[in-house]
Design a protein around this ligand. Structure first.
Ligand code: AMP
Ligand code: ZN
Length: 115
């Protein structure tokens, strides 16, 4: 738990959020500022800054699997003909909350390249 981390507080129930999935070490919430009809955030309950932080923790490969499992399953369930998973990482990558999360975007046609 990082004291000043928004998503740690959400994972602990200290700040309200619309939780759409919770299973052990992973939760998924609705994004408060949705960029598509379906916009969910899948994250570990435990704090890691980035996906590289999870990978670097070595023994956490099961957690990487679980994050991708939950994100892709939600995309399959809630998308209608496709979905997009996004992990913004670091300042230049557009990460604004420093607790790793996978965006699940669906419900409209996505464009490429992203902004
Ligand atoms: P990123 O910019 O990739 O770090 O994504 C952070 C996401 O968290 C953004 O899409 C925000 O809209 C979302 N967000 C910020 N605060 C909250 C909150 N309290 N509840 C749910 N989503 C949030
Ligand atoms: Zn955190």
């Amino acid at each position: 738990m990082m004291d000043d981390c928004l998503f740690c507080k959400i994972a602990k129930g200290e700040i309200p959020a619309k939780i759409v999935h919770r299973s052990g070490d992973v939760i998924a919430i609705e994004d408060v500022n949705p960029q598509a009809p379906v916009h969910l955030l899948v994250m570990p309950v435990e704090h890691y800054d980035t996906l590289f932080g999870v990978v670097s923790a070595g023994q956490e490969s099961a957690l990487v699997h679980r994050l991708i499992e939950v994100a892709s399953t939600l995309g399959e369930q809630r998308g209608s003909g496709g979905y997009r998973l996004v992990v913004n990482t670091g300042d230049e990558g557009g990460q604004t909350v420093g607790h790793v999360h996978i965006h699940v975007l669906a419900g409209r046609r996505m464009t490429w390249p992203p902004g």
